[in-house]
Each structure stands twice: as structure tokens, then as C-alpha cells.
Design a protein around this ligand. Sequence first.
Ligand SMILES: [Zn+2]
Length: 330
Amino acid sequence: MTMRWEQLARRQPVVAKMLQSGLEKGRISHAYLFEGQRGTGKKAASLLLAKRLFCLSPIGVSPCLECRNCRRIDSGNHPDVRVISPDGGSIKKEQIEWLQQEFSKTAVESDKKMYIVEHADQMTISAANSLLKFLEEPRPGTIAVLLTEQYHRLLGTIVSRCQVLSFRPLPPAELARELVAEHVPPPLALLAAHLTNSFDEALALAQDRWFAEARTLVLQWYEMLGKPELQLLFFIHDRFFPHFPEKHQLDLGLDLLLYLYRDLLHIQAGQMDSVLYRDQLDRLQQWALACPQRRILAGMEAILQAKTRFHTTNMSTALLVEQLVLQLKR
Ligand SMILES: [Zn+2]
């Protein structure tokens, strides 16, 4: 996804401010280190910076996003903007040497060159040493951006040569707002934002029809708990299970169920602002009235136990869920 300054400023205000002020004052570092968890926008921010530096008709600090250079950077085809990423689990010395060779030539199309190293912490020792030499003797017009989720695993000598910018995970409420800005329906945005703090993952999840259906099935699951056992088990096997064939999907389904129980607790405590299934408030309020708090807590405990057993035993998931649903019915 192409990132603009407005988005970066909402998601990473400090980073946006630092980069914009560098651009305005014409003081761009020769090496940056963007550190932060997955999905915090590091790569998109590095490409935004690249586009602004190479754009043929920038407007203030913004790239036009339409010119030949902006488009080539987006598609990874600009000869003076190189992205290095791990090749089979690590970044090897040859990859850095190739970069150095490329960069010792004059820039193909301008006086600038930029390289972005993804997962910089995955450099082998010899690759890191080669890069260090490169950073120690910066060529004018060359800009390095290293990206990492594991800042502490980089050589201190590399870190000290970079301007470090920290990317913070978005709080769920903020992430949900971002998703709504991307036209995700609010009820889905709120749930997706609690399941992951990566914007890209949350967006992909929320835009997947599977997710909306999963949410509906979880609500039905709760409703079915009041039905006779046979009918309940039939629902689980006939409707619920087929939608969650993979373990990670079922795990996510149980998270959705857990959030539903948590909502009931919030409603009982009058904390309506914390409710995630907000569009179902009427229904949830009835359920919360009908269910004593100790049963909600016992239900949450049972779901958490099922989730643990999921990962620690070889028990069939069908059996596990069957046990869980009968436990919750009690
Ligand atoms: Zn442009």
C-alpha cells in the first residue's frame, strides 16, 4: 500500500515529524535505522522517503506519486533505489558486496542513490561488517535505510552510525480508526484491531469475507448454547467447524469468542465504551443480564484452556471444541 504523509503522521507522529523536518531543512541523514514491530509501517515510510527524494515534481515534502520515478519506486524498478532482503533466512555478504559495487558506479539517473535493507538484524556477521565499512565511508548522495524488528540484535557500531527512528505499535482504538478510514465497517475494524497490531494484517483480515462470517458464527455459537445439546452439537459440526478448517483459523475463532465473553463482562460493569461487538449491543445486553458473572468468568477460563490445549496436545480439534462447547453450556 502506498503511504502518504498524512497516514504516516497519524500512525507514527514522531517519525513523520523528524523526517519532514529533515526534508524541509535539507538535512537528510546518510543512514537511518527504522526500528519497530512488524506492521508498524517501516517499509512504507522508507519508500515514502525514497519517492520524495527521487520524485520529478514534488510538492513541498510530498512526492507526487504519479511521475515515472514515484511509480518505479513503488514497483521496485528504480535503478538508484535498491531494496535488500534476506535470501533464504539471512542477508549474505555477497548481497552487500553487490550493493557496494552497484553504488560505486555513478548514479544511473541522478546524483542520489538509496538502499533499503529489510530485516537488517538478519545480516550474517560478515555481511554486517561489510555494511559497516560502507556506512563508515558514506559517499555523497547515498542514503541508507535499515529496517529491523529486532534492534538489539544489530551491531552497536552499525546502530551508532544511523539516526534511529522508533516505530510504535498503534493502540487498537487508533488502528480501528485507520481501518475505518480504509472503508472497513466499524464492527469488523474494532475486532481486527484487537487481534493484531499490524495495520496490514488487520486490514487484510477485516477485508476478508471469511472474517465477517467467522464473527457471525461466533455470535451464533453463543446463541446456540441455550438450545438442546443435540442441536448445539449439530451446529458446531455442520456450520461452525467447516468454516475453521485450519488450526490458526480455529484459534482466531476462539479469540473472537473470548472477546464476546469479555464484552458481557464489560456490559455488566457498565463499560459500554469497551464493548467490541458494539453493533450487537441489544443482544449482548440481554445475554449479560441472563448470565451470572461467575459463569462468564468460568467460560473465559474454559476458552483459554482450550486455546492452550490446542497448542500443547495432539488432541483432535473436533474433540477439543466439542468438550469446550459442552463446558460452556453447563
Ligand atoms: Zn513523483
